[in-house]
Design a protein around this ligand. Structure first.
Ligand code: GLA
Ligand code: ZN
Length: 650
């Protein structure tokens, strides 16, 4: 059975409205509500006075209306009495300012006090409802590490960071050696002397910054896993466990794959537009978020917050057009979402999120958005089995959080953005409507035909050799710039000609490099089949000297005409491309066309902004059609109105 529903906050409304709301939710075609993730105080008004009677009543009503329940453990918003009694639970920003009570998620992941109280409410809550048939799933906390809450610079964190380093390094001398603290005379005599990267003059040691990022990840994931273990220990066997991943996952200081490891499934909060944005993020950027979430546990996932109304705290922006939010829902189902809840039933009239609009607005009128959700629920219900079918891809994009954190702490080009560089290689294959997995670089590559490796500057020999084997055995690898610059210690390798550990695969060497801006676009000259395909490079450039590889594009500017910008190397039975900078779309689409045809990968030609996603069930195949534009579009005989979407056999 596919779960379809809304996030409901009964505690926000007069109790006598609940039955009417639940009936409205049921009539919309829902079979589940998510409740409770911000209601700690309601369940523990004073320390130790646990009282779940309010939600007992709500859940009884839900059952009367035939609705199941996902319950959120409320540790994202702790009670005021706890902050007053134990201010040490509050996290601190890099300037040492305490994040005061009044917002949310402002707890320190390393606060023993907070872990003690969070464990308390979580255990009591789950024990109370372990036999509750209607509660089918627990959501742990809410959007871990979102809104900057993954960073804390308090003394507790500083002390724990020292312990983390002492556990990792045999001695402070080994640390000094690995970090290169001889530079600027920063040699430490003792771990207790080591700072955390608060503001200083110039900047901190790159390896310190990487270790701090790893420590932040261990802190967030340690808390997550402690809470998850409590839920798993006390929950009913009919209840599953998940947590909701927020957008901007490549801008977070924790490894998401590690974070969700103990979960039964991943949940995602899909907001293609939020806050003051004038327009939604591009279709390929939305698609990539789904492929990322599917990749975390390598299985289909839930969306527990799907946008329907405009969203924002103090600033709001773009209003999703009629059918546009529905289209984004179809896109999510196409990419592996198997169950979906919309955020939220009705917009709140009080508090920080008055402008986070729901399915029903403050006027409580069941209007356009209500009908849009109702139509989506009635249409998608028919495809129960299809939504749960496994998605297989021939193309994978690799990412590694250590690599992402090393870029974040030294961006090298003022316009560098990891998300954009990943999308630069993802986009041309997305536009070929071929399935793409977005996966951690540590994953097995043997099932793929093409592996995309965007800006992997941090690369250990293990990854280099797995990519070598993949290419030798016939795979195609596409690297982009700065590949293999550093080891996992975030240091540059002495005496090694770049691209270091993958020079043989790439069949070219990097002679010099130059940081560019996004506006500084250098025209390139295509060779051979690329001669007629215009191209330019921006953001960064590697000046390549082909060794075994052929040149696809070369630079045209003074002094650098003899250098290659993009190369292709035949390696073993496979091919290896090197994109030596921020290459423009047309050239990348030509490469994707060559690669998909060389590798016999199924592609589907469609108009720009018409996304076509094929899914298989048994021997049948279906196409999800999504028109991302406000114009009339078509796919074959299928006419698609503005933002229209549907599933067809084919
Ligand atoms: C997030 C949170 C919700 C709410 C919405 C608003 O995703 O999980 O609690 O703040 O955003 O859009
Ligand atoms: Zn802290």
């Amino acid at each position: 059975m596919t779960y379809l529903g809304v996030d409901y906050y009964p505690e926000h409304w007069p109790e006598q409205m609940i039955d009417e709301d639940l009936q409205g939710i049921k009539d919309m075609g829902a079979n589940i509500i998510r409740i409770g993730e911000f209601a700690w105080h309601l369940m523990e008004k004073e320390e130790g006075a646990f009282d779940f009677s309010y939600f007992d009543r709500v859940i009884d009503k839900a059952k009367q209306h035939g609705l199941d329940v996902m319950f959120g453990t409320p540790t994202a918003t702790f009670p005021a009495w706890l902050a007053q009694k134990h201010p040490s639970i509050l996290s601190e920003n890099e300037n040492g300012n305490t994040r005061v009570f009044g917002g949310r998620r402002q707890y320190c992941f390393n606060s023993d006090k907070y872990r003690q109280y969070a464990a308390g409410i979580t255990e009591k809550l789950v024990q109370h409802y372990k036999n509750e048939e209607a509660i089918v799933s627990w959501q742990i906390d809410n959007e871990f590490g979102h809104e900057g809450s993954d960073m804390c610079y308090c003394d507790q964190c500083h002390g724990d960071f020292h312990q983390y380093l002492e556990n990792k390094y045999e001695s402070v001398d080994q640390l000094n050696d690995e970090w290169g603290t001889i530079f600027w005379g920063q040699t430490y005599n003792d771990f207790s002397e080591i700072p955390i990267p608060k503001p200083t003059v110039t900047t901190h040691n790159p390896t310190l910054k990487l270790e701090w990022a790893r420590f932040r990840s261990a802190s967030v994931n340690g808390f997550t896993h402690q809470m998850t273990a409590i839920v798993n220990e006390h929950k009913g066997s009919h209840q599953t466990v998940t947590t909701n991943v927020s957008g901007g996952f490549f801008d977070k200081w924790f490894d998401h794959e590690e974070n969700v490891k103990p979960m039964d499934f991943v949940s995602y909060d899909n907001y293609p537009v939020w806050g003051g944005l004038e327009k939604p993020i591009p279709p390929e950027a939305i698609a990539m978020t789904h492929d990322f979430n599917r990749g975390l546990l390598d299985q289909n996932y839930w969306i527990v917050e799907e946008l329907m109304g405009a969203q924002g705290h103090d600033v709001i922006g773009y209003l999703p057009r009629p059918n546009q939010a529905k289209m984004w829902s179809y896109q999510a189902f196409a990419h592996g979402c198997s169950n979906m809840l919309y955020f939220r039933w009705r917009g709140m009239t009080k508090g920080a999120e008055q402008f986070c609009y729901g399915v029903v607005d403050h006027d409580n009128v069941y209007g356009r958005k209500y009908k849009e959700v109702q139509s989506l629920f009635s249409e998608i219900k028919e495809y129960d089995e299809l939504l749960n079918a496994e998605i297989k891809s021939d193309v994978a994009v690799l990412y590694d959080y250590d690599n992402i954190w090393s870029w974040r702490s030294q961006i090298q080009s003022k316009d560098f953005d990891f998300n954009e560089e990943l999308l630069r290689l993802y986009r041309p294959f997305y536009r070929k409507n071929t399935n793409i997995d977005v996966i951690p670089a540590s994953r097995d590559l043997s099932t793929y035909k093409v592996v995309l490796v965007p800006v992997m500057q941090l690369m250990d020999d293990a990854l280099a050799s797995r990519l070598r084997t993949f290419a030798e055995e016939g795979g195609t690898v596409i690297f982009s710039y700065r590949a293999g610059l550093k080891g996992k210690d975030n240091n540059i390798r002495l005496g090694e000609v770049l691209p270091g550990p993958v020079r043989d695969l790439i069949g070219a060497r990097v002679e010099e490099i130059e940081s560019l801006t996004a506006a500084h676009q250098l025209e390139l000259q295509g060779e051979g089949a690329f001669a007629e395909v215009p191209a330019h490079i921006s953001v960064w450039r590697d000046l390549l000297v082909p060794e075994q590889a052929e040149t696809l594009y070369s630079y045209q500017d003074q002094f650098y005409k003899e250098y290659a910008a993009v190369t292709k190397n035949t390696f073993g039975k496979g091919n290896v491309y090197y994109v030596g900078g921020g290459l423009s779309e047309e050239a990348l689409e030509k490469i994707a066309a060559d690669v998909t045809s060389d590798c016999g990968i199924e592609t589907i030609e469609s108009e720009r902004d018409v996304e076509v996603y094929r899914r298989h069930i048994g021997g049948d195949s279906y196409l999800f059609l999504m028109n991302h534009s406000d114009k009339e579009k078509s796919y074959g005989n299928e006419k698609l109105g503005p933002f229209e979407s549907r599933i067809v056999k084919g």
